[in-house]
Design a protein around this ligand. Sequence first.
Ligand code: NDP
Length: 385
Amino acid sequence: MKSISILGATGSVGLNTIDLVRHNPKKFNVVALTANTNVEELSRLSIEFDAEIAVIADESKFPALKDALSHTTIQCGAGEAGLIEAAERESDLVMAAIVGAAGLRPTLAAVRRGATIALANKECLVCAGDLFMTEAQKNGARLLPVDSEHNAIFQVFAFDQAKSVEKIILTASGGPFWNRRDECLRSVTPSEAIAHPNWEMGQKISVDSATMMNKGLEIIEAYHLFPVSPQQIEVVVHPQSVVHSMVQYTDGSVLAQMGSPDMRTPIAFALSWPERMKAPVERLSLPDVGQLTFSKPDFETFPCLQLAMEALEQGGAAPAILNAANEIAVEAFLNELIAFTDISSVVKATLDKIDMKAPQSLSMVFALDLEARNTAKSILDKFRR
Ligand code: NDP
């Protein structure tokens, strides 16, 4: 039996994790579950899996959570302190699946107790990269990548021969607007942007996939997770999402991990690592897929990708600013306040406006994140529709 806590249990990654736990009742028991506002789903899941503690981030929902669990022995928590308590609870594995920089403090709490962490929350690494990795190393925390691309690389990367790795090749589906030109993108709606052709994901990452900021964030994530330089990370557009990523070696070999586009495969890998477990996913049939195609990214139509690559090259404060501004811009787009193509403009204007001093501590990261959010919000006004 492995004990597991799921931060962000009610989201897309959280529910895929829950599905695997449900299919394997003898393998896992649940310690802590968390959500932001969705009390109904959180309490339902906590009762189904007899969790030790259920935490709702939105403190105004705490009374509703307590009420829903009043007939059980499940403990209730709320707010950031509650999320941290959930992450600190002893468990064999923590699934870090909160979306955005909001996941940083709770994931850090798990890191600081030296936990094994299935890491879905890429924003942690984007906004606090080096400091987060140093903390993980110092506390002996193990990070198992859940993002399908990084999970693929983790599976084919020869860590004991890292010098023989020439490059990492991250595949990108291209999102729903691949092959569209910039002028057609100005008028796309949030519902069009979140309709990803291959993956069912939360709204924020779906918009990030549509702008290709997601691939940019993943480049930064890969840089921190694997011993490679920014120049050794390449992006290739592969609309079928069958090859999840590749590693190229000095002898010319390219190792790829493939599978149907279903997050339960990388999640299952992380849940059962170092072993493998059965996952109820559709098996890949290459004859049915027929063709696998690959092409170079279009940096002009998808400027977010370029912005993220530049932020990684620049280092220091740039990735944290990029991430915070992107979160604000995506939220504004989802609320129909700005156009799809304004997302990159807001991010760029925020990067241009903030002093780029590198944060030397995690508290500086939080201050920088806040400053970047406030700056991005003030910039939004220029783009409001
Ligand atoms: P969702 O939006 O579907 O779910 C997010 C989860 O986090 C929900 O449980 C939500 O609670 C909770 N949450 C949201 N905001 C807060 C907050 N401020 N404080 C605490 N909890 C919060 O996101 P995804 O599952 O799509 O993505 C989660 C992470 O995994 C992201 O970092 C994403 O980039 C990464 N990822 C996702 C993939 C996917 O397939 N979805 C693939 C690869 C990586 P509530 O339901 O109450 O709102």
